[in-house]
Ligand binder design. Structure first.
Ligand code: OSB
Ligand code: MG
Length: 365
């Protein structure tokens, strides 16, 4: 496939509600899209991280630079999606930037075959059950109101963001008020092994899992913590490749894995992690990064693979956006339809995209 043009479009889209985690507060989805024009079709992708390196080391300005100077020159003018990882292997790290590049090229390639990404990846369901990630609030009362609304909307699983000082009490309050709902927590690395006694207090609430309690590079710490708490440990930030997944599983550092295609370099590696996990009997689910429809569509397709046995953070578009740049994904009876069109199955609505675009840069022509 011959690449004729690559454009980077900065977008800034207001969130309907601010989102507070242990690492910061988001009020806007501020990122960029990639548009790849080839001799056979056009492809789109979205960079998943934020302007500040708070969730992971990557951020918008760095990704733009590494794409322009180091990644795009290695994949042009001719490449297939399967070759992108190999061609960019010499460049250390920058998995989220690589994922954006690979995904836009994969989208163009699949569109030229007329094949939906779900078919390509091995999706085995037409709809995926939808969970929701609930931020840290100013009060328990506010949290309960929020959770009540999400349950009324039909979300089938609630994830509470936690941090030291906001853990046992919010979990207790949600359990007392809403009973036996599927419930889990995500600490985004906010604890240390010295907090094991505090984290063990969560055991009495029958949570599905505790996500990423310790530092991303602390697999040993997670393995030790897993011996001291009954609730299954799930890794997010720590897993950046299928090899990481194999290592974490071998060390008993996790019993569940959150797969985010962006964090692991794209959908091809995400599928390999799924396969490694399935081979070991480890359940996986699809994480989220407050994606626009451009990232949400292919995430839903991945979440339809058979090893995704837990509901993901694959919420409806309106969870974050009053107006999205694609047709919105809607929640119906607790689930969302996997896109069926060619490639990622969605594209930006030109007029809407234009309104949310703050700058455009040509990376290759
Ligand atoms: O840790 O899972 C996370 C959002 C941004 C960055 C990190 C995380 C999240 C979420 C998912 O919790 C929220 C969503 O996409 O709806
Ligand atoms: Mg997480």
């Amino acid at each position: 496939m011959k690449i004729e043009r690559i454009e980077l479009l900065h977008v800034a889209i207001p969130l309907v509600q601010s989102f507070r985690t242990s690492f910061g507060t988001m009020t806007t989805k501020d990122t960029f899209l990639l548009r790849v024009v080839t001799d056979t079709a056009e492809g789109w992708s979205e960079f998943a991280a934020d302007p500040e390196p708070l969730y992971c080391s990557e951020f918008v300005a760095a990704a733009e630079l590494v794409l322009a100077d180091h990644l795009v020159p290695r994949v042009t003018p001719e490449v297939t999606a399967a070759e992108v990882a190999h061609r960019t292997e010499a460049i250390k790290g920058h998995k989220l930037a690589k994922a954006a590049l690979e995904t836009a090229i994969l989208d163009a390639e699949l569109r030229s075959y007329g094949m939906p990404i779900g078919t390509f990846l091995g999706a085995a369901a037409e709809r995926v059950p939808s969970g929701i990630s609930v931020g840290i609030k100013n009060s328990i009362a506010q949290l309960l109101d929020d959770v009540e609304e999400h349950l009324a909307d039909g979300y089938v699983r609630i994830k509470l963001k936690i941090e030291p000082g906001w853990d046992v009490e919010p979990v207790r309050a949600v359990r007392e008020r809403f009973g036996d709902i599927p419930l889990q927590v995500d600490a985004n690395t906010a604890y240390t092994l010295a907090d094991a006694d505090q984290l063990r207090k969560l055991d009495e609430f029958d949570l599905l899992l505790i996500e990423q309690p310790l530092d991303e590079d602390d697999l040993r710490g997670h393995a030790l913590l897993a011996q001291r708490v009954r609730t299954p440990i799930c890794l997010d930030e720590s897993i950046t490749s299928a090899r990481d997944a194999a290592t974490a599983i071998a060390l008993d550092a996790c019993r569940v894995i959150n797969i985010k295609p962006a964090r692991v370099g794209g959908y091809l590696e995400a599928r390999r992690i799924h396969d490694v996990a399935v081979a070991h009997g480890i359940p996986v689910w699809c994480g989220g990064m407050l994606e626009t429809g451009i990232g949400r569509g292919p995430n839903l397709a991945l979440a339809a693979l058979p090893g995704f046995v837990l509901p993901g953070d694959t919420s409806a578009s309106r969870r974050w956006f009053a107006e999205d740049i694609t047709e919105p994904f809607e929640l119906e009876d607790g689930s969302i339809a996997v896109p069926t069109g060619p490639g990622i199955g969605v594209e930006p609505i030109p007029e809407t995209l234009q309104r949310f675009t703050t700058a455009t840069k040509v990376l290759y022509t």
